[in-house]
Design a protein around this ligand. Structure first.
Ligand SMILES: NC(=O)c1ccc[n+]([C@@H]2O[C@H](COP(=O)([O-])OP(=O)(O)OC[C@H]3O[C@@H](n4cnc5c(N)ncnc54)[C@H](O)[C@@H]3O)[C@@H](O)[C@H]2O)c1
Length: 365
């Protein structure tokens, strides 16, 4: 390619962005349940977005969303394909149950849409592979809904770890312990407890935590082993196929080890519950969630990144910036795929009760 042609293409891309930023980005939302309605609030606050289409198979949810978005008077659909067929829709949010993400996102990309897809982007290696193949080189923006990547305090802490504040990272200990199971008669119970639909706790929820571990280590694991089971909520709710606890060890390149546990029965009054990511290095350790560094020995902790005001819709704003200004997305398709595959790797290790390697997954990220 000649320099002139390259300049011409670059110039026309900028012109396209400038043009797009003048008119609001036509937006469609597929799935306006708990998360989708929160995303909708964020979309409505963006100066450069207009909600043109809403979709949900549950009429009450659709009505509620249409009321929230009355300013933009969007069309409403029960069939998600109608959103993707809408010519004026440039950006599509997908917040349906996880097993539907890959198929919907692929269809949206093929229709030339920019996509914000909730995590996990897929629950099987095949779903992740198919979405990766569709998104790579599509020329459209893809953002995975791992919004922790847009938190300033976490970003600053990871940057300092990367700069070597604790030397080389050698081990991570992380957990996601909930005080209760998801409500058994709640609005998401129709998919949540079915492992084929949600992927299970590790894939559906801990994907966030595992992504943080990868971010801190600066790599994805090469293999995993572990055990998981239904120990507390046996056949509760009836037909349940997702584990309620699990313990996994991940091995990373260079021998870095990561130990991860999850459960849904950590009493609220008992210490050391909830979620944390402890990152150990050759010169100290970091509590990632609080941005605090602990030097070796009995030395006072050091604040690496103070708690700060975070914009709860920063990830959504970044999605629109990527569309209108061409800025890099905070978590692109590779980031979404890597996080999903890390969770799938751990899940498969628990199910198979043997060491599973990254290459066993058969997906080239
Ligand atoms: N990023 C985050 O922090 C975060 C937080 C919560 C949930 N999530 C993710 O968001 C997704 C949805 O979770 P939720 O808690 O909102 O669940 P939910 O059950 O409240 O919402 C899912 C919605 O999708 C709708 N739906 C199901 N099938 C559909 C179809 N074929 N076409 C159109 N709509 C359909 C349902 O009717 C429901 O309203 C999940 O992937 C979840 O992991 C992400």
């Amino acid at each position: 390619m000649s320099v002139n042609r390259r300049f011409f293409l670059f110039g026309s891309a900028l012109a396209a962005h400038a043009f797009q930023s003048e008119k609001p980005v036509g937006t469609g939302m597929i799935g306006v349940g708990n998360r989708g309605s929160f995303l909708l609030q964020g979309v409505l606050r963006q100066p450069n977005a207009k909600v043109l289409a809403l979709c949900d198979t549950k009429p009450d949810r659709l009505d509620k969303a249409a009321t929230a978005a009355v300013r933009d008077n969007p069309a409403t659909f029960a069939d998600w394909r109608r959103v993707i067929e809408s010519k004026d829709v440039d950006a599509v949010f997908i917040a349906t149950p996880p097993y539907l993400h890959s198929e919907m996102a692929i269809a949206a990309i093929k229709a030339g849409k920019n996509v914000y897809c909730e995590k996990p982007i897929g629950v099987t290696p095949a779903q992740v592979r198919a979405l990766l193949d569709a998104a790579k080189g599509s020329g459209k923006v893809f953002v995975a809904g791992q919004q922790l990547r847009s938190q300033k305090q976490l970003g600053e802490t990871v940057r300092k770890i990367r700069e070597g504040v604790i030397g080389d990272v050698i081990m991570v200990k992380a957990q996601r312990h909930a005080t209760a199971d998801l409500e058994h008669d709640g609005t998401s119970a129709d998919w949540y407890f079915d492992v084929a639909k949600s992927g299970g706790y590790l894939i559906e929820q801990s994907v966030h935590n595992l992504d943080l571990c990868n971010w801190a280590i600066g790599a994805h694991p090469s293999r995993a082993c572990g055990f998981g089971a239904i120990v507390m909520y046996k056949n509760d709710p009836p037909g349940r196929t997702i584990f309620d606890c699990g313990s996994i060890t991940y091995d990373y390149p260079g021998g870095v080890k990561m130990s991860f546990t999850q459960n849904v029965f950590h009493p609220a009054s008992m210490p050391n519950g909830n979620q944390y990511v402890y990152v150990y290095g050759t010169k100290g350790a970091v509590d990632l969630m609080t941005g605090t560094m602990y030097p070796p020995g009995r030395v006072s902790p050091v604040v690496l990144a103070p708690k700060q005001q975070e914009d709860q819709f920063a990830h959504i704003a970044a999605f629109y910036d990527s569309i209108t200004k061409g800025t890099p997305p905070p978590v692109d398709i590779k980031g979404g795929a890597t996080a999903a595959l890390t969770a799938i790797l751990g899940h498969q290790a628990m199910v198979q009760e043997k060491v599973v390697t990254w290459s066993d997954l058969g997906v080239e990220v």
